[in-house]
Design a protein. Structure first.
Length: 102
């Protein structure tokens, strides 16, 4: 059985992982502590989700991001590194689609 996850960041959400099945045993959105990954990777995914929240102007969310181009690039690099680590760690029984639009 293959498990399918979608990888993207969402305003107000503390995980970048979304099962394709809303009745997933991993929660919807995915609860990181339910995944068979090392605690360091859980921490990194949560850190990135928290960091993402600072990309939004919470006083008026339609405004442009307060992030500089450099911060956006750094976030993008770290998010893609975390995605690669996640795919390695989950292995062949999982498909993680990058829908992050970073």
């Amino acid at each position: 059985m293959i498990h399918y996850l979608r990888f993207f960041f969402e305003a107000g959400v503390d995980t970048p992982l979304w099962p394709e099945d809303m009745d997933s045993p991993y929660g919807y959105p995915c609860e990181l502590e339910r995944l068979p990954i090392v605690p360091a990777l859980r921490t990194e995914l949560a850190r990135l989700s928290e960091w993402y929240q600072s990309s939004i102007d919470w006083d008026y969310p339609p405004n442009p991001s307060p992030w500089s181009d450099e911060e956006h690039q750094l976030f993008k690099q770290q998010a893609h590194a975390a995605l690669r680590a996640l795919r390695r760690e989950l292995g062949a029984g999982w498909t993680v689609r990058d829908e992050s639009l970073l």
